[in-house]
Design a protein around this ligand. Structure first.
Ligand SMILES: [Zn+2]
Length: 182
């Protein structure tokens, strides 16, 4: 950030009195522009023994497969965000179920939250940000083409838990990927 979004003056980057971390501080109007992690929310929509995946039409990871997920908006709950993202990316209606995975991704200042969900009907199609939307059994999941680690982790837990019949919330904290994955 270079300029204050409140008054347009140049901002400084310094530790405000009483704080512990440097912030973008406007010397003109006094506004402190805090920057905090972003919340990404998604759904794991289930139909019989299949999972709904979307093939990305946007960067990053264009052409790869993911669960419907995206940045939470202001004035919505995490469950509403999961349903909204599923409607936007897969034009699909779901009943949002239990919280399933909560994954910290500190090196990019994100928190990823995935809910289990029940796909309500088969009337789905690719939304604006998807090239394709399809249902996959465990054997059909394109593991080499999954766009994000948090999504692959959520899918792997799902199939393990379904096999064992023991469902629980899973948490993880992701380290930066090795350079060859970037
Ligand atoms: Zn200002």
């Amino acid at each position: 950030m270079k300029y204050c979004s409140s008054c347009g003056a140049r901002v400084a980057f310094r530790i405000p009195p009483g704080d512990t971390l440097p912030r973008h501080v406007c010397e003109h109007c006094g506004t402190i522009h805090y920057q905090n992690p972003k919340v990404v929310v998604g759904a794991l929509p289930v139909w019989e023994d299949k999972i709904l995946l979307c093939r990305r039409a946007i960067e990053p990871r264009h052409g790869m497969w993911t669960l419907p997920a995206g940045f939470m908006e202001n004035d919505e709950t995490t469950a509403q965000a999961a349903a909204r993202e599923t409607l936007e990316e897969a034009c699909a209606r779901i009943e949002v179920g239990e919280l399933y995975t909560l994954i910290d991704v500190p090196h990019i200042s994100q928190v990823h939250i995935i809910y289990r969900a029940r796909l309500l009907d088969l009337d789905f199609r690719a939304g604006e940000e998807s090239l394709d939307v399809a249902l996959f059994t465990e054997d059909e999941i394109p593991w080499e083409q999954i766009a994000f680690r948090s999504i692959a982790i959520s899918l792997r837990h799902f199939f393990e838990d379904r096999r064992s019949g023991q469902w629980s919330v899973h948490t993880a904290s992701l380290a930066p990927p090795p350079p060859e994955w970037r």
